[in-house]
Design a protein. Structure first.
Length: 284
């Protein structure tokens, strides 16, 4: 069902793990199109509900999408912002009043993870990762194996040939391969390593399995750069144990370390961009 209200849109975006901005009129003065507390939701593709229409809403949507892209008029990676709109002087609306609008960015940095397999380890792992800023696609051919209910940021994908899902994954998706079938594991791994935009391909298994897969991949023409994206056996080797929950904790530990390293890199890049922007503004 297509969302028609801002709160339905929030629920849908949370379920899909899609980034969005909540736009709220927080104060008004004089004659205005809508009252304080009016809200709308803006994504990169649509806007849901209204704060009054006209030039005010047009500018609010534009601002929200700039924030989603990380370029809110010089405020790199801003997550909240308040803007004042004198409706007549700034926007040319005949109301003549003024409004203040709050912009709140949600879900923008949620990392996408594709987990292949719905066996014991996956069932232990998904609830752990679902508590973190991830969007999770959980993929298996056996619908009856999925846990119920699923967290809002976990999407179930039932596919008879799970390896075919790889080609549709968005850039920078991390893969965790935990299926019940070594041949299926290999097919997924081979498909994933064909796409350089998939930077992390984590594969469960023993050292023997890892060596066998790597040898086969090398014979198929995958080079050192390709294989550098393959983490096998997946998991933090400092965490012992072979029970499903122990293996799941080990995998979660490695992924959490990677998540924090990625966030640190993003913050460093944001600081560099902000410094460059300020320098350009000063020189101008």
């Amino acid at each position: 069902m297509k969302a028609s209200t801002w709160y339905e849109a929030v629920a849908q975006c949370q379920q899909d793990g899609a980034p969005y901005v909540i736009v709220t009129v927080i104060s008004i003065a004089g004659s205005t199109p809508r009252e304080a507390g009016s809200k709308m939701v803006v994504t990169d593709a649509q806007s849901i509900d209204t704060i009054g229409g006209g030039h005010l809403e047009f500018d609010a949507i534009k601002t929200a999408r700039e924030m989603l892209s990380g370029g809110s008029r010089g405020k790199e990676n801003a997550s909240t912002e308040i803007r004042s709109y004198p409706l007549s002087s700034k926007l040319g609306q005949c109301c003549g009043g003024a409004v203040k609008v709050l912009f709140e960015v949600c879900n923008r940095h949620a990392q996408h993870i594709a987990i292949f397999g719905a066996g014991h380890v996956a069932k232990a792992l998904v609830p752990i990762l679902a508590q973190l800023p991830f969007r999770i696609s959980w993929i298996d051919s056996r619908e009856d194996l999925f846990s119920h209910p699923l967290p809002a940021n976990v999407k179930k994908v039932v596919e008879e040939a799970p390896e075919t899902e790889v080609r549709g994954l968005e850039e920078n998706t991390w893969l965790v391969i935990l299926t019940h079938d070594h041949q299926l594991d290999y097919r997924i791994t081979e498909q994933a390593l064909k796409y350089p935009a998939l930077p992390f391909v984590g594969l469960i298994g023993s050292e023997t399995k890892a060596k066998r897969f790597i040898t086969k991949l090398e014979h198929r023409g995958f080079n050192e750069s390709d294989l550098a994206r393959l983490a096998t056996p997946i998991g933090d080797t400092s965490i012992p144990g072979k029970r499903p929950i122990e293996v799941a904790v080990s995998i979660a530990s490695q992924i959490i370390q990677r998540l924090h390293a990625s966030e640190d890199n993003n913050q460093d890049a944001a600081v560099t961009k902000a410094a460059t922007f300020e320098s350009k503004e000063h020189n101008a």
